[in-house]
Design a protein around this ligand. Structure first.
Ligand code: NAP
Length: 287
């Protein structure tokens, strides 16, 4: 690092596993930008305000924000983009001359790999398994870009999902129906199935699939937000069933590209970054 190096970082809790430093430091090195991206683990949510005040004082250039602080940071920011305001959640902060501006690049990052299928999604039902922060971004993306007939939210706790939606500030006119995960027959009629639960993540003890493989068929696009491992049990089952598959790595790169541009004003060299990321993930796969 030189004296003039600008600092970027990820705010989260126990997020040392994150690929964001690799993504952004690779991009900065390739473009010769003097940024360094690091990880800020914050254990206590009460410290978020202090952390952001400190960031202003120290002139930190920007942040990504992840679990569990995407909503926690909102009251301490000076302004929000339209997308961040739409779901009251921030995954990117830009320090604009001492004013911290919150953005949400998860929404467009989620939508990007689905855009080639836009016409085939319009007017059809789509489904999302899970109702956490990632599901909220997916709902907003479907609403903004794809005009589906219905968004079915498959969850294990309907009451919790309903409260989350209520508090999120998402567009109440969105055609969202909350369905129990153990009553998944309607998934068969969906053009897109999104896994927005951690099911399938390396090392997790949960059941390997969020839904019964019998529900999968070639007319579906199966989008697994989990990206480690790359070939999750759901991705493998979907491929076997002849469905189109989209890996969570596309969303990871999609949101990172947009954050990078917000901080640096430059386009991320995506092909080279993707290669570095795949190399890293493949290096972690058991042989
Ligand atoms: P979150 O806020 O913790 O929400 C997780 C959701 O999954 C909750 O609705 C939870 O239900 C549900 N869930 C967890 N375990 C389950 C199980 N065994 N069976 C059924 N439902 C289960 O997490 P998030 O931020 O939304 O993230 C969800 C996943 O997406 C994570 O794996 C995350 O890594 C991934 N993600 C990927 C990207 C990307 O760029 N590819 C971006 C964001 C997130 P309860 O509320 O009932 O616990």
């Amino acid at each position: 690092m030189t004296k003039a190096t600008k600092i970027l970082g990820l705010i989260g809790r126990a997020v040392d596993y994150s690929y964001s430093p690799l993504i952004h430091n690779t991009a900065c090195q390739l473009l010769g930008l003097s940024y360094h991206y690091t990880v800020f683990n914050i254990a206590d949510p009460c410290m978020i305000h202090d952390a952001l005040l400190g960031a202003k004082a120290l002139g930190i250039a920007g942040f990504n924000v992840t679990i569990p602080y995407k909503k926690t940071v909102v009251p301490f920011l000076d302004n929000l983009s339209g997308e961040a305001a739409s779901i009251h959640a921030v995954n990117t902060i830009v320090n604009e001359q001492g004013r911290l501006i919150g953005h949400n690049t998860d929404i467009a990052g989620f939508a990007a790999p689905l855009l080639p299928y836009r016409e085939s999604i319009r007017g059809k039902a789509v489904s999302i398994c899970g109702a956490g922060g990632a599901a909220l971004a997916a709902i907003e993306a479907f609403n903004r870009f794809f005009a589906p007939k219905e968004i079915l939210l498959f969850v294990r706790d309907q009451q919790k999902a309903s409260s989350l939606l209520e508090e999120s500030g998402h567009d109440k006119s969105a055609p969202v129906t909350i369905v129990r995960l153990d009553d998944p027959a309607k998934i068969k009629e969906c053009r897109v199935i999104v896994n927005a639960t951690p099911i399938g993540t390396r090392g997790s003890n949960d059941s390997p699939l969020p839904l019964d493989r019998e529900l999968l068929h070639p007319g579906q696009i199966v989008y697994d937000m989990v990206y480690n491992p790359l070939d999750t049990p759901l991705m493998r089952a979907a491929q076997l069933a002849g469905a189109t598959t989209i890996s969570g790595i596309e969303m990871l790169i999609g949101q990172a590209e947009r954050s990078f541009t917000l901080w640096s004003g430059m386009q991320m060299p995506t092909t080279a970054v993707r290669e570095a990321l795949l190399q890293e993930i493949h290096g972690q796969q058991p042989r």
